[in-house]
Design a protein around this ligand. Structure first.
Ligand code: NI
Length: 226
């Protein structure tokens, strides 16, 4: 589970919200697959709306140019971001995201390896509405600042607890990673983060840093499918 702080700047969050709040919202059950529909109780912005598509494209571009996110997910394909809203009493019970998703308007499919939730409200603007992710170390409860995102394995059981006051607006998307194996993906992320830290500290021998960098890229060559 990786947190990406300030994926969107405050002015961008404000604009996203302004656009989204001016649009009609549809029942989220329409897009839940199989059993997930039974536990899904929220609203979703119309993905065919040009304003929504523009926001989705802006977010996709930002994701691609955010090194920490790219390093964590090593995305090969990204599902066009979906915007949802939870009003009072709305929630999404325990579920696992569908493994194979058809990309709307195309013949392509993607395998969901990593899921992302981008928060578009400040935590104090609503009560409840936590993203709860079941991990091998217990439940992780996530409620981030507006503009920040969490990336987590799509294979994990997760839920959004009921909003009890205010409303919660978020963007969600799924990524097929170039590295299918989650443990390998995590190891590569840790290696890259370590290299970036050493680079920032600037006290490491350059040749050793280059060697680590080569190792990282050669590992990617060995286990990435593109
Ligand atoms: Ni989900």
């Amino acid at each position: 589970m990786v947190v990406i702080e300030n994926l969107l700047a405050p002015q961008e969050v404000a604009r996203f919200r302004e656009v989204l709040l001016s649009l009609p919202w549809a029942d989220g059950k329409g897009t839940a697959m199989g059993m997930a529909a039974d536990v899904k109780n929220n609203h979703q912005a119309d993905p065919a709306n040009p304003g929504v598509q523009q926001l989705a494209n802006q977010l996709l571009a930002r994701m691609g140019e955010t090194p920490r996110l790219v390093s964590a997910a090593l995305p090969h394909r990204i599902f066009p971001p979906v915007f949802n809203r939870y009003g009072e009493t709305e929630e999404y019970g325990w579920h696992v995201d569908g493994a194979i998703m058809r990309i709307p308007g195309s013949a392509e499919v993607l395998r969901s390896d990593m899921s992302m939730t981008l928060f578009l409200n400040e935590p104090d603007e609503y009560a409840g509405g936590e993203l709860v992710i079941a991990t091998e170390f217990g439940e992780q409860r996530v409620k981030l600042a507006a503009g920040s995102a969490v990336v987590y394995p799509s294979s994990s059981l997760h839920k959004v607890t009921a909003v009890t006051a205010g409303q919660r607006i978020a963007a969600i998307t799924w990524m097929q990673s170039m590295v299918a194996d989650g443990a390998m993906r995590q190891t590569l992320f840790e290696l890259d983060q370590s290299i970036q830290t050493l680079l920032r500290q600037g006290q490491v021998d350059r040749a050793e840093l280059d060697r680590l960098h080569h190792i990282y890229h050669n590992l990617i060559r060995q286990c990435a499918a593109v």
